[in-house]
Design a protein around this ligand. Structure first.
Ligand SMILES: [Zn+2]
Length: 167
């Protein structure tokens, strides 16, 4: 699932926040904004304001603050994706289909991060270990780690660079 910032902006701009919030609590127009008794803290005089132009709500009593999506997650208890889906349905927008390429890229980024961390941890252990460990042992260690983690070429180059540093 790839939701670009542009797509989310479009979703926000197509959502009338005061109408959305007005479905759950009583809101009253006050000038260019709307006011309500804050649903996030207990109060008798309204300090909760809704600005449709900016697409944000803000409470001057408890500092609750957010947009339409935040309202759905924080007040309605939905997950981010469920909030997006419901708002999109109301706004007549289609939620973008999963993008396999973007998913793969995200996966690779996450994988590479793990490899870097593993390499860093492993070298920290080696450097703190027995002094003068034979380079062959270190290389064998790297080889087995490479097998275990399927380290990418980039990570391998990094490891080679670290290996060439004097221990
Ligand atoms: Zn509040």
């Amino acid at each position: 699932m790839t939701l670009t910032p542009q797509w989310l902006d479009e979703l926000r701009s197509r959502t009338t926040l005061s109408a959305l919030i007005g479905r759950s609590i009583k809101v009253t127009k006050a000038g260019r904004e709307y006011k309500a008794c804050c649903p996030f803290h207990n109060e008798k005089t309204p300090s909760f304001t809704i600005n449709d132009e900016k697409g944000f709500y803000h409470c001057f009593g408890c500092s609750a603050h957010g947009d339409a999506i935040r309202w759905m997650t924080d007040q309605r208890g939905l997950s981010f994706m469920d909030a997006v889906k419901e708002l999109a349905a109301q706004a007549g927008m289609e939620v973008p289909a999963p993008d396999p390429r973007a998913a793969k890229q995200a996966e690779q980024r996450a994988g590479l991060h793990d490899v870097m961390q593993a390499a860093q941890d492993w070298f920290a252990v080696q450097l703190n270990g027995i002094e003068g460990a034979a380079p062959a042992a270190i290389w064998n260690g790297a080889a087995s780690m490479r097998k275990r983690l399927r380290i990418s070429d980039l990570a391998l180059r990094l490891i080679a660079a670290v290996r060439s540093e004097p221990l």
